[in-house]
Design a protein. Structure first.
Length: 316
């Protein structure tokens, strides 16, 4: 049996990324009910909001699910207490060292995965005792590693660095991309953008519509002096780009960013002044569809590509 399916008790080795302002209980439960692993994105939630989403999640599905926790979050301790109290089976951590919380979570019977952007940090994860690793290339939306390593380059490097169950993330929105990642050494995939544009995503309808209209080059890494993040090119992005070219200090960039930019853009639909986070694969996403339809298409395309490769399609 596939190691990711076995580890998380799911039908398909497809994990939905825990995206800020997109990944509430509706999206996560739809993914879990479709055979993947749905993640509630705690990064945009106050602790009491997360608790509400966990309760609604349990009412909406009897399948496995998890919570994504960015470890730089200021209320991480309260978040973790809520996760433990409600017996959440899986936690994906990111944006910080896995050392602090992995042992604490595993002592409570929780399966832990951590997101990395390099083979060096994959080794740190294994030393910390995580159950699985997500290796995310810089094609991904949202916050990215400073190395700017692509998924195709990252996955084989991480596979050589660790034998832990490995999920590939960044630039994956189809069954063909899923097969490619697994040929490179991944045991499964984490998909964000394709689910961000789903009907069940909690993102603003105008944000979803904009995603379906993007072409190649519609996103770019920005805010590199703070924490690199992939953004849609809009008025806010242009301000950031000009400030970076002018050599502004990190303090000046933080002032320009302000507070609540991602919420303004993704959740409230301000397409000019909001921080619009989405991955490069957005150029391939031209419809807003239900999660079940997206998942069915991914698995069907994966199986078709696997069959084609086995029939000698790629022989020379």
């Amino acid at each position: 049996m596939n190691r990711i399916c076995n580890l998380f008790n799911i039908k398909y080795p497809v994990i939905q990324g825990g995206m800020v302002w997109c990944s509430g209980w509706k999206l996560a439960s739809a993914v879990s009910n479709s055979g993947g692993l749905g993640l509630i994105g705690a990064g945009s939630m106050h602790p009491e909001t997360l608790e509400e989403h966990i309760i609604k999640m349990k009412a909406a599905t009897d399948k496995s699910f998890g919570v994504n926790v960015p470890l730089m979050y200021p209320e991480t301790e309260r978040i973790m207490d809520i996760i433990a109290a409600h017996e959440v089976p899986v936690v994906f951590t990111s944006a910080g060292s896995p050392k602090k919380w992995t042992g604490w979570l595993k002592d409570k019977g929780i399966t832990v995965a951590h997101v990395v952007s390099s083979s060096f940090f994959a080794g740190k994860c294994e030393a910390a005792g995580v159950d699985a690793i997500v290796a995310e290339g810089f094609e991904a939306g949202g916050h990215n590693g400073r190395e700017e390593t692509t998924t195709m380059t990252l996955i084989p490097s991480v596979r050589k660095a660790t034998n832990l169950p490995l999920l590939a993330a960044g630039g994956i929105g189809s069954g063909e991309a899923m097969l490619a990642a697994m040929v490179l050494g991944a045991d499964g995939v984490q998909i964000g953008s394709a689910f961000a544009v789903s009907e069940e995503s909690s993102a603003h309808p105008d944000f979803k519509k904009l995603i379906t209209e993007l072409g190649e080059g519609g996103t770019k890494l920005a805010l590199k002096k703070l924490a690199p993040v992939r953004l849609i090119k809009n008025s806010f992005f242009n301000q950031v780009d000009e400030a970076e070219k002018a050599g502004q200090t990190p303090e000046a960039m933080a002032e320009l960013l302000g507070r609540g930019r991602a919420k303004k853009g993704i959740f409230e639909g301000d397409l000019d002044e909001g921080e619009l986070e989405i991955g490069q694969v957005s150029a391939q996403l031209n419809q807003i569809r239900p999660v079940a339809e997206i998942m069915n298409e991914i698995i069907a395309a994966y199986e078709a590509a696997q069959k084609a490769s086995g029939q000698g399609r790629f022989e020379f």
